[in-house]
Design a protein around this ligand. Sequence first.
Ligand code: LLP
Length: 419
Amino acid sequence: MSIAYRNGALHVEHVALEDIARQHGTPCYVYSSALIRAAYLEYTEALAGRNGLVCYSVKANSNLAVLALLARLGSGFDIVSGGELARVIAAGGDARKVVFSGVGKSEAEIEQVLRARILCLNLESEAELARVSRVASRLGLRAPVAFRVNPDVDPNTHPYISTGLKQNKFGVAHEDAERLYREAAALPGIEVVGIGCHIGSLMGDTGPYVEATERLADLARRLEHAGIRLQHIDVGGGVGIRYRDETQKPIRDFVEGALGALAGRTEQVVFDPGRSLVGNAGVLLTRVEYVKPGDTKNFLVVDAAMNDLQRPALYDAWHDVRPVRAPLAGAAGAATVCDVVGPVCESADFLAKDRALAASEGDLLAVMSAGAYGMSMSSNYNTRPRAAEVMVAGHRIHLVRKRERVEDLYALESVPNEL
Ligand code: LLP
């Protein structure tokens, strides 16, 4: 099961992308349920025999069908808002397998997750500890907490998605952790259950991951000496995927690396992967509106834009762009260097730059590796309705989010009479 050409046409599992475009139009996100399942099983197989839990990071792709698929496989969830918890529950996920991270948890969110009896709140500051203790005491509950510890390890990734360094806003400093744990253990309404960590996203190599996990193991040891026993160690997410030709260590190596760093420890090991579960399971299907020749290169103006897939504009991210109909052998000479751009009025509105493509008006293109941080980061900029989302399962096409209608976009707005 894969995303590949068959008889000259790009397929997701057994479905031709041309059929999806015909039925549901473009732009359209298309996900392969088999690829998501396979990536999830890579984690659980590498964890076999160890007390482990995979908590899918909802922010990567929060479509209910994606969440439901993972929930049915036994996955837990890593959330960063009350809204994400609502989605997890709506999708049939188990609140007792939910960890809640984020630097700005509101009182209302803390109350919501405590009432739902989630597994753990990953605290990111002393002020948050005080707030959680207060809310839990008011509710007559004990809040299960961990500190997200900042191990000050460089994940060697894009600065916008690196989170484990001292200068980042995330987590508490490694040197402060022991003091905070002692403080937490003495507070009413608090039950210390774990340690959390996430050093950054899109890691190609296991080195920084293993180093960060070793620092967590070391902290767990010191806490044990101080009489604080933990139930789990959350090593975070961040396993990368291949977008282009990067060297990428497989999921198994990351899991084995973390387990090695935690050898001899008996706590449950929690992983919070996002991108590595869904990233390469999705494409953004788009149609060429115009071919616009330029002096130095051509522009392919397509019907998807930065509001649909923000990663190229925001991070200068590279996504492969493939023609849905494979070029005939020998036609390679017809390819010209093109920028693939959208209709949005911003120069940053591009999906790909300087690609050799031979596309004409009306052709379909697939922007690859778009399953993570694609739809979940989309917007309505330029009053563009969000794309439809489709989940493929074998031969079947399921529309899992309808294309928005323009009326939906201003339905919450009103015009005061006296204007
Ligand atoms: N856990 C925590 C606490 C996180 O902050 C994140 C991602 C994850 C897990 C999942 O990381 P992953 O396994 O997906 O790398 N929008 C960016 C990525 C931002 C990641 C934010 N945190 C992008 O499109 O590359």
